[in-house]
Design a protein around this ligand. Structure first.
Ligand code: SF4
Ligand code: SF4
Length: 420
């Protein structure tokens, strides 16, 4: 049973989230029901508990019990609820079945932000040590790397050296140039990748083709602190990259194909001496400026594109991938005429990072996404986010969709035209 000290500590965390916007979200729901069909989980599984307004309700009731201003009346808010162990279980269920895609926010006449409300649930779970432990452990590993970089440097640099031949194979390098520069003071652009060749090699090929003055970050872009909803860990993970960018004096930080990493960096690093871009924006810019050229004939099959929620709906990177795809194919088939209403892939909010534990739910809760993809008739399914790519690949296998799930960056790298 939850003791009073624990409850008081958790309520302090709750209070730390109560800015003006959050109070508005918690006090405004009119229970109009417009958001009922908006959530892919509800649309796919049909359970009332997955309606976005239902998710809010548990947080709202706790708010009503502990923070309701005297004399204020909200007819829309149900019974006040005590913060208890049982309440924490309900908060877990609500928060870890929500991908934070914000599709419901587009429908809500008041623009109520479910992801923000769920961030209270996630923070209370972290405070009660009831969050998915693996996400906190992964966040701590990232933070540790920032503190003791010297211990990781040698292995990292050896790994990167081993990748350089793969870059050279795809793109010729002029004598004296380094295929994957690391820790280069004087670079204009710092590229923050994910662990793994798939996030580094195609990007390096394209940077070299565009003759970018770039350098690779020591750190991975992924922010497990954001997935688990821990603001302290989120910031520590971000700070590693901000400090590195500041030390190197770069003008631009380019985040790899990871929607959450981009959105978090963009939102939290706005007062830095560098600009923050997604790699998709950078690639579109190279094409626009004629710095890279693409051979359209490399793709025979129809192509569709899944907009990562954190990149498109939540960060406005919508035209750039389409501009790139115009250069890659004459048979691009958009999934929807209005990207704001695009279905989430079902893998965000830390669900993909939780792996097999969430696999069954992820598959069942994204059947509307599968229908949306199938309706295009496309054989190539492009995207620009690691989480989405993993989830879409799992859906492809589970539902036997028969599509080829591709990263946009690797499609560009494969179709680059070598200069004379
Ligand atoms: S943010 Fe997305 S997953 Fe969460 S309730 Fe809204 S539509 Fe559903
Ligand atoms: S659409 Fe907005 S106001 Fe209406 S029930 Fe949903 S969250 Fe509440």
């Amino acid at each position: 049973m939850m003791d009073q000290t624990t409850r008081d500590d958790l309520l302090k965390l709750f209070q730390s989230k109560l800015n003006q916007a959050m109070r508005f979200y918690l006090e405004t729901c009119s229970r109009c029901g417009v958001c009922v069909e908006a959530c892919h989980v509800y649309a796919s599984m049909g359970q009332v508990k997955n309606i976005s307004a239902y998710r809010h309700e548990i947080v709202r009731r706790i708010y009503k019990k502990y923070y309701k201003a005297r004399g204020k009346v909200w007819p829309s808010v149900g019974e006040a609820k005590e913060l208890s162990d049982m309440a924490l279980e309900e908060l877990y269920e609500a928060a870890y079945t929500c991908t934070g895609c914000r599709r419901c926010m587009v429908y809500c006449p008041h623009g109520i932000d479910t992801q923000m409300i769920m961030s209270i649930a996630k923070l209370l779970l972290v405070g009660a040590e009831a969050e998915p432990e693996i996400l906190t452990m992964l966040a701590d590993t990232s933070i540790e790397k920032g503190k003791s970089l010297d211990l990781f440097k040698e292995n990292f640099l050896t790994g990167i050296k081993n990748l350089e031949s793969k870059v050279v194979k795809k793109w010729k390098i002029d004598a004296g140039e380094t295929a994957i520069p690391v820790d280069f003071k004087g670079a204009d652009l710092l590229y923050v990748a994910l662990a793994g060749a798939h996030s580094i090699v195609p990007a390096a090929v394209i940077f070299n083709a565009a003759k970018e003055n770039w350098t690779l970050s020591y750190f991975e872009a992924v922010n497990f602190g954001a997935f688990v909803g821990d603001p302290t860990r989120t910031k520590l993970i971000l700070d590693r990259i901000i400090n590195e960018a500041t030390r190197l004096g770069v003008k631009e930080v380019c985040i790899c194909e990871c929607g959450t990493a981009f959105r978090v960096m963009k939102q939290m690093a706005d007062k830095q001496p560098f600009k923050v871009s997604s790699i998709t924006e950078v690639h579109a810019r190279y094409l626009r400026e004629g710095r890279i050229k693409i051979d359209k004939s490399t793709l025979d099959d129809p192509v569709t594109y899944h907009d990562p929620c954190q990149l498109a709906r939540n960060a406005g990177v919508i035209d750039e991938p389409r501009y790139i795809l115009q250069h890659l194919t004459d048979d691009f088939r958009d999934m929807t005429s209005d990207v704001r209403y695009n279905w989430c892939c079902g893998g965000g909010g830390g669900l993909v990072a939780l792996g097999d534990e969430t696999l069954d739910f992820r598959m069942k809760s994204a059947s509307v996404k599968v229908d949306q993809i199938n309706e295009t008739g496309a054989k190539i399914l492009a995207t620009a986010c690691e989480n989405c790519h993993t989830q879409l690949s799992d859906l492809n296998e589970h539902y036997e969709m028969g599509v080829d799930v591709r990263f946009l960056s690797s499609m560009i790298a494969d179709a680059l035209v070598q200069s004379a």
